[in-house]
Design a protein around this ligand. Structure first.
Ligand SMILES: Nc1nc2c(ncn2[C@@H]2O[C@H](COP(=O)(O)OP(=O)(O)O)[C@@H](O)[C@H]2O)c(=O)[nH]1
Ligand SMILES: [Mg+2]
Length: 369
């Protein structure tokens, strides 16, 4: 499925406000039978002008945009990893997400209490990072002792241990200093070995500065603090959102009103769009389309995926039984006006297993099961 974002941050920084605004227009649930019914989980459609244009040229019975899932993860406070606040309950949610959206309070408002009675983004971020690192530390130490035991059981176990123990040990020391696992510079192979640990601090982060409306254009001193933390955290992305304003935008009835409002306050796009774009960029996600009389649909896939891997996003059978793909780019459709014309112009190609799917491709997979 598509991108999955876990919204984290200290209490009272605006997580739920932003979550509600982002998910105020939920995706049509019937199209996504596997999603859970949980008030803290929201699915939204990814706005994509290309899909709108495809629908005009290849009118389907059904239109299915790509989706993004947001999870409002409550309960992260100082001591959470030791059972304070909602304690470890937040952990099961957070392990499942692909990217952390770390909301940081960068607005002043005397009516809204800050848990530490002061606005201090760098220290807020540190508090959360330490809790997440401690949660991961527990996971790593458990695995270390299991690997240790395994090592004494025989050849296979020992082999695994020689590979894993040094990685786990370096993780252990970094995490115990409150450093995120993603900052260790592990190779992709090493990361693959750790995959089943679902380490929270291995996930990429997007920092969302919740700012006053006035600060939206050029930021403020708090945003600068967040930027300098992010620079030392793998160069993570930083964006600004005004939770209060997003809530007002979300309350408007029509898309037209929302666009007018955005223009009136001098914004180019809503916080939702900005966050989705940043998320796709951070995770290296791309979009391809399938189009036909029944359904026009956008699919999310990882950059660099070859045709069979991209097909697996639709169904694993498509990957297993992959034969070939018929491919053309949506820009060719837009330029020529119809699929027939695309064919006539020789722009529709047959591609095999090695084809690297491009953003904006329109794909038709041939497979047998
Ligand atoms: N002034 C101001 N208040 C906000 C903003 N975003 C959220 N709040 C308020 O801050 C309080 C806490 O917000 P909430 O979303 O519940 O925070 P959470 O604990 O992180 O989920 C609420 O009273 C919100 O109305 C903002 O951008 N500006
Ligand atoms: Mg909340």
């Amino acid at each position: 499925m598509g991108m999955n974002c876990g919204i984290v941050g200290l209490p009272n920084v605006g997580k739920s406000t932003i979550f509600s605004a982002l998910t105020s227009a939920p995706a049509e649930a019937a199209n996504y039978p596997f999603c859970t019914i949980d008030p803290n989980v929201g699915m939204v459609s990814v706005p994509d002008k290309r899909l709108d244009k495809i629908v005009e040229l290849i009118p389907p019975k059904k239109i299915i945009p790509a989706v993004v899932e947001f999870v409002d993860i409550a309960g992260l406070v100082k001591g959470a990893s030791k059972g304070e606040g909602l304690g470890n309950r937040f952990l099961s949610h957070i392990r499942e997400v692909g990217v952390l959206v770390h909301v940081v309070r960068c607005f002043e408002d005397e009516d809204i209490t800050h848990v530490d009675n002061r606005i201090d983004p760098a220290s807020d971020i540190e508090t959360i990072d330490i809790e997440l690192a401690l949660a991961d530390l527990e996971t790593v130490e458990k695995r270390l002792s299991r690997v240790d035991k395994l090592a004494r059981t025989g050849k296979e176990g020992a082999k695994q241990a020689t590979v894993l123990t040094p990685i786990l040990t370096s993780l252990q020391s970094a995490l115990s200093e409150g450093k995120a696992a993603r900052t260790l510079g592990l190779t992709d192979d090493q990361k693959a070995l750790l995959h089943d640990l679902h380490l929270i601090t291995m996930k990429p982060v997007i920092y969302v500065c919740n700012v006053d409306e006035e600060a939206l254009e050029s930021g403020n001193e708090f945003v600068e603090q967040v930027k300098s933390v992010a620079a030392s955290d793998e160069g993570s992305e930083v964006i600004m959102i005004c939770g209060k304003l997003e809530a007002e935008i979300a309350a408007l009835e029509s898309e037209e009103e929302r666009l007018e409002f955005l223009e009136a306050v001098g914004l180019e796009e809503s916080g939702l769009n900005l966050l989705i774009e940043t998320g796709y960029k951070t995770l290296g996600l791309r979009t391809y389309f399938t189009a036909g009389a029944d359904e026009d649909r956008a699919w999310t896939f990882p950059t660099g995926a070859k045709a069979p891997e991209a097909a697996a996003v639709i169904h694993t059978d498509f990957q297993k039984g992959f034969i070939k793909a018929e491919v053309y780019h949506c820009d060719d459709l837009f330029a020529l006006g119809s699929e027939q014309k695309v064919k006539e112009a020789g722009k529709l190609r047959i591609e095999g297993k090695e084809y690297i799917v491009r953003d904006g491709d329109i794909m038709h997979f041939r497979f047998n099961v």
